[in-house]
Design a protein around this ligand. Structure first.
Ligand SMILES: *Cc1c(COP(=O)(O)O)cnc(C)c1O
Length: 233
């Protein structure tokens, strides 16, 4: 076994134990929580190792890198999550290889995502990214909570999109618990419009315990599995 494979295997064991412990605390079953390993900046060879080690879902945040890696790893049958800021002129292209787009944060994305999914000939799972940083209402980090219903309705009306739930990133440098509590509230609100939209993607390497405590069904884990990211190119 290569050193890299051992390192990833050991890290996965630790992350799975952390999720189990958090689930036990919260009275939840670990089966309710899906790990999406965030592979941004890491090579396709790592994605291959992850697949060998039983990981089924991976996440990427930049279109070009994601497109290339998904093509290189097409034989693995993984579920590809797009988790990054999405430009509307790239949205249709993302929908042709991503299986889940977690960062739907404005109505302008709905048309192109729907077109891309149509072109691919299969429905695209979508999460609404909610802004969890009350202090920054710039919209770059998700839609404002009070506009989520409108966006949910637009996604529901698009023929090739499946509204699955919500996603959020806890603000940096603040305690994550209030952010994940907020995400849970917004998730419940969305379920009133779309009862089947049960996914809640919250939690990263540093705060997965708080996210699981507040009902996350998906955690997006990068550095705790793959190590520190190589510096931004
Ligand atoms: C990079 C990234 C992650 C993973 O972050 P880690 O702290 O490395 O676990 C999760 N979510 C999003 C949206 C990201 O961009």
């Amino acid at each position: 076994m290569t050193q890299r494979r051992e390192e990833i295997r050991d890290n996965l064991v630790v992350v799975r134990e952390r999720i189990s412990a958090a689930c036990t605390h919260a009275g939840r079953s670990p089966d309710e929580v899906t790990i999406v390993v965030v592979t941004k900046f890491f090579p396709a060879s790592d994605v291959r190792l992850l697949a060998e080690l039983g990981v089924r879902e991976v996440g990427e945040n930049r279109h070009q890198e994601a497109e290339t890696k998904a093509a290189e790893c097409a034989d693995l049958g993984l579920v590809w999550h797009f988790i990054g800021n999405l430009q509307s002129n790239k949205a249709a292209a993302v929908a042709t290889y991503a299986d889940v787009v977690e960062s739907v944060d404005r109505t302008k994305l709905v048309g192109p995502l729907n077109r891309g999914a149509d072109q691919r000939g299969r429905d695209l799972d979508c999460l609404l990214q909610v802004n969890l940083d009350e202090a920054s209402q710039t919209g770059r980090s998700g839609i404002r909570a009070d506009r989520v219903t409108e966006l949910a309705e637009r996604v529901l009306q698009a023929g090739a999109l499946r509204l699955r739930g919500v996603m959020g990133v806890a603000p940096l440098g603040k305690p994550p618990a209030p952010a994940f509590a907020r995400l849970a509230e917004v998730a419940a609100h969305v379920r009133r419009t779309a009862p089947h939209a049960t996914w809640v993607s919250g939690g990263m390497s540093a705060d997965l315990e708080e996210a699981v405590k507040h009902g996350a069904t998906h955690v997006r884990i990068g550095s705790a599995v793959l190590g520190p990211r190589p510096s931004i190119k």
